[in-house]
Design a protein around this ligand. Sequence first.
Ligand SMILES: O=c1ccn([C@@H]2O[C@H](COP(=O)(O)OP(=O)(O)O[C@H]3O[C@H](CO)[C@@H](O)[C@H](O)[C@H]3O)[C@@H](O)[C@H]2O)c(=O)[nH]1
Ligand SMILES: [Mn+2]
Length: 733
Amino acid sequence: MGEEESYISLFETKEARFRGLYKVFASTIFVAITFIWFYRVANMPLGSGSCWVWIILFFSELGFGLYWIITQSLRWTIPYQTPFKHSLSLRYDEEKLPGVDIFVCTADPKLEPPMMAINTVLSAMAYNYPSNKLSVYLSDDGASNLTFFALFKASIFSRHWVPFCRTFNVETTSPEAYFSIQNTVAQNRQEWLSIKKLYEDMKNEIEAVVAKGKLPENVGNQHMGFSEWNPETTQQDHHPIVQMIIDGRDTNAVDEDGFRLPTVVYVAREKRHNYPHHFKAGAINALIRVSSEISNAPFILNLDCDMYSNSADTIREILCFFMDEKNGHDIAYVQFPQCYNNITKNDHYANAYYVINKFELAGLSGHGASLYCGTGCLHRRESLSGAYLRDCKAKWEMKPKPNDNRTVHELNEASKALATCTYEQGTQWGKEMGLVYGIPVEDIATGLVISCRGWKSIYYNPERKAFVGVAPTTLDVVSVQHKRWSEGMFQVFLSKYCPFIYGHGKINLGIQMGYCNFLLWAPMSLSTLCYVIVSPVCLLHGIPLFPQLSSIWFLPFAYAFVANNGYSLCEYLSCGSTVKGWWNMVRMRLFHRTTSYLFGFIGAVTKQLGLSQTNFAITDKVATVDVQKRYEQEVIDFGGSSVMSTILSTVAFLNVFGLVGGIRRIIMMDIIEFRSSQLMVQIILSSLIVVINLPVHEALFIRSDKGCIPSSVMLKSIVLASFTCWIASLGTF
Ligand SMILES: O=c1ccn([C@@H]2O[C@H](COP(=O)(O)OP(=O)(O)O[C@H]3O[C@H](CO)[C@@H](O)[C@H](O)[C@H]3O)[C@@H](O)[C@H]2O)c(=O)[nH]1
Ligand SMILES: [Mn+2]
């Protein structure tokens, strides 16, 4: 079918409504911002001691204002996509569908339990897609035989799991997630009970082996792959390991219903102490090469080990974008939002990224590009490998791999040669080919480079979550992640990949500005820090920084503040979250901007100056019972004494000091003086900061659990806050 039919698009794009109204509203905020800038310059107390404070504030407000302008690029046009998977099935027979290679990355069996990784692998094996077109590659940067053992066991379990999912149309194809949702006997009683038992037996066996840290004695006989490990093998020093566990070509590799199984391959690229391995980017680049040797599918789905597939038809949906004859040829990748299954009602760590997922990422794709977020993304092999759109035939013609008669052993050996440390030496890998090296957000930099090569990319946020992961459950881990992100993104901005320089003439202004929304998280910390430190300190010393309430100049400040936050609240609520959830997001933004983004800023600048090296701190995905309990109760886990909790407490104390000092002055005023007091805005500001910091005060003074802030940090912060106030008083006032 197909050719003779009149053309029907495989996907549709709709624009969000009321954008015109929004543009009018945004223009009013813009006017207010320009008034604020004007006020700050026109009223600069030149010659007075507090002049430098005004200069600081001017730069801070300039930062806020410019950043606000940049954020508008993501709110101009917001497209929403709908793929038509039924039309795809009508147009293409099963044999005509292209192959898809699925990459799952794991890096540390302690931080990322092997059970988690194999659940992701199993979820990917059970896609509602022809099995002989699927190949799943597990990249293990931990080079752990425990992970290999888990994958081997999962391959045996998959013979039952894949047909179970197919027979009963299971959508949540990660067994762990499936049994946690479907935790009472399902209708298909007999099958459900037996598959659950099989899963639990496997889980218990794997967890026991992982807990022991040692493989069972006789396991070597079960698969030749176990012989790859010897006592000298360590995470950072080992030869390349490639082991095909299921060979999809093998007519005996069938599930219990007699259907072929997807190919499953374990890969641990070579690591040596004196060779940089480039973290996740290095792992994916090795996988691109290894998979090209084995299956060479034209599409690559990239998943982190903690992001399982939650919707069986996802691949078919994504292919609607790529295989649309009219609009599909220039699409390089389709990115899904990162969603999590452990978000609490009011999302106290602001992990859900509601607004980013619903508006900002969609808004960027309104300009023709999507952020590549590292996971939940399906790429065209050519564009991911480094091809320019103009050089591609611009056809999705899928050349099936010619029959490969090599044995599994031969394929393994041929692939190992592609996963050595030396393979990339003197090549363009990490520069012009594959994922970009040297930046801890390899994904974002790579997505940008792909856009600059002429490709389009799509952001698709379906109703049913397509991929679901685990969000961090302590403030420490959230901060590790945000520090890496903000640092990496700012590094992109400072590097040759800066969208305004690298992208000049290659991508439109909307994409350049859109990217900067994310790339500039780190420097925004400076503007915020000025506000939350300078304002209370000046309040304490009675130095006014803002117009009095009765002044006409107060209006732009009030309007910009209220309109911006009011709009942000509406955006938040429209995503289905709560007012408390929004408040928590505002708090987390303050926390990040005063800590992790500051560290990120410093990190990016020192890297730029060549004073430090790129690192990738893996986020811990395991929580103790105690931590988990606090998380479920939405109690912030400050994680004891750290530089971060010291900064947070110091900022909290500074604002308490400022507020107390300010209120003392106000009490001593008469009513006329009060009305004309120029300190009122600072009092309001510090009050808001004190209220938003209530969980910090609680953790300092009331709580005594393990997640509270210890008294040593309290003392340090009081000393630091007092010292800051004292230094300021010595200064110019
Ligand atoms: O040397 C490494 C380090 C990490 N990883 C893998 O990278 C993934 C992401 O690491 P994680 O610690 O979970 O970081 P997150 O902050 O959760 O990751 C987000 O941010 C990263 C960029 O900073 C992206 O690569 C991820 O896709 C995105 O989910 C995990 O599967 C790891 O196993 C490796 O394969 N090798
Ligand atoms: Mn992760």
